[in-house]
Design a protein around this ligand. Sequence first.
Ligand code: KIV
Ligand code: NA
Length: 265
Amino acid sequence: NRRITIRDLRTAKERGERWPMLTAYDMYTAEIFDQAGIPVLLVGDSAGNNVYAHTDTIPVTIEEMMPLARAVVRSAKRALVVCDLPFGSYQIGSEQALATSIQVMKETGVQAVKLEGGLPAVDSVHRIVEAGIPVMAHVGFTPQSVNAIGGYRVQGRGAQGEDLLTAALALEKAGAFSIVLEMVAADVAAEITKRLSIPVIGIGAGPDCDAQVLVWQDMAGMRSGAMPRFVKAYGDLRAGLTSAAKAFAEDVTTGQFPGEEHTYR
Ligand code: KIV
Ligand code: NA
C-alpha cells in the first residue's frame, strides 16, 4: 500500500500499461481520486481558471499553489502528487527554477514538480533533477505562453512536429521522468510516445500516449460553457450540485428544513 513512484510509471510504460492522471486542488477530490485508483494527481496551475476564477494560468503565484498542494498530499495516500510551478516562478533561469522546486518539495510534501517549455526549459530540468527532484515536463500547447502562442491552438502540425520531437527527446535526456503533450496532433504525439522511454501523458494529444490527463472539473462535468474538443465529461456534477442547492433553498424558504430530526431539543 505504498505510494506510487516514478519507477512504477516507467515500469508501466515498459509493460504497455496505460494510466490516468487527474488534477486535484483540495481534500475531497484528492481523497476520492486516490481511492478511485488514479495513480498520479496533478496540483495544476490550472487552479488559475478552475479555483481562483482567473481567465488563464498566468496570474497564479507560488503562494497560491502551496496550500492546495499541501491539502492534496495530506489527502492522497497512494497517488504520486505532482505540483505545477506557476508562471514567473522558474522562467528567470535554472537557479530560480531549482530554488522554487526546492521550496515546493520542502513545504508541500509532493513527490515531483512540473514545468512548461521545450528546449529553453532543458537546463532547468537538468538542474532540478540533479538535485534529486523528479520533474514532469510539458510541451505542445503550454498555457503559460498563451499570449505568445496567440490563443488555444493545436501544436505540432507540419514542420513544427519535428521541433516538438527534438524538444521532447532533449527533455528526456535532461532527466524528466515524464512529459505532458497538450493539444498536439495525434500522429506527432504517437511518434513522440514511441521514441521516448519515459511516459508520455496526453491531453488533446490523441489515443496513442502512455497516459491521459484531464482537469477534474472537465472530467466530472463541473465546468460550464463550451468545452475544448479533447474533453470528455464522465459525470454531471454541475447539474447535481445545482439541483442540491436549489432543493436546499426551496426547503429553507418554505420552512421544510430543518425538520424535527435535524433539531436539538
Ligand atoms: O495545470 C494543469 O492542469 C495541467 C494539465 C492540463 C496537464 O498542466
Ligand atoms: Na499546468
